[in-house]
Design a protein around this ligand. Structure first.
Ligand SMILES: [Zn+2]
Length: 227
């Protein structure tokens, strides 16, 4: 005769404890100072004089207490463009959102709103790059009628306005479209209600475009546009 199994023990329901708001970290910087820090890191990267800051175990432990980046970056998913590397930064320095072609949609804007609203970043960088394959795909769709498979088409659709905006400009149409795509994304974020638009208007947040050169490693910050 089989032994009677013991009655199941009742596990108490977990208690949800709301997280306390993330405090503003010691690395909180105003937009100008944040831009200077990114520029200095990029200079170190280009000169191959990296310091690899904020990557030791003690930084990891300190960072685990509270997320406190000094800037947010929206950049392409391209494997050659990791912001922490090209700006020579470390843990808890940058809040990074990556998507092919550095385009926006609701979840991406929501992610950036979190950085502005909850983490208090004053600087947001839209970082495109030379030879961007996502922009190339949009160009080929428009110029050559090329077909893009499955969900890649959604990226092409998001980049098409930039290709159209750059159509009549002299020079390299690929680079022109890449630059226009950065600028359109900046403009879109600057006017995105409610959070980003309000913070830009109140001058609590600066959103700038930047172009990373895959060959030289330089990041060129593009002229500011006002919403
Ligand atoms: Zn790209």
């Amino acid at each position: 005769m089989a032994a009677t199994p013991p009655p199941p023990t009742k596990t108490p329901a977990p208690v949800y404890v709301p997280a306390t708001p993330t405090p503003r970290g010691p690395d909180k910087l105003e937009a100008g100072a944040a831009l200077d820090r990114l520029t200095a890191g990029n200079i170190r990267f280009v000169a191959q004089q990296m310091q690899y800051p904020d990557q030791a175990a003690e930084r990891r432990l300190q960072a685990a207490q509270a997320q406190a980046p000094f800037a947010a970056v929206l950049c392409c998913a391209d494997a050659c463009t990791p912001p922490e590397v090209i700006f020579d930064q470390g843990l808890n320095d940058l809040y990074v959102v990556r998507v092919a072609g550095n385009v926006t949609d609701d979840p991406i804007i929501g992610s950036l709103e979190y950085a502005a609203e909850r983490l208090g970043v004053s600087l947001m960088v839209v970082l495109g790059h030379t030879k961007c394959g996502a922009v190339r795909a949009a160009l080929e769709t428009i110029y050559l009628g090329a077909e893009t498979p499955a969900h890649i088409n959604s990226l092409v659709k998001a980049i098409e306005p930039a290709v159209q905006a750059a159509l009549m400009k002299p020079g390299d149409p690929w680079l022109n479209a890449i630059t226009a795509n950065i600028q359109l994304t900046v403009t879109h974020l600057q006017s995105s209600p409610p959070t980003l638009a309000q913070k830009v208007k109140a001058k609590e947040l600066q959103i700038v475009g930047a172009l990373y050169d895959l060959d030289t490693g330089w990041v060129e910050f593009l002229p500011a546009s006002t919403p």
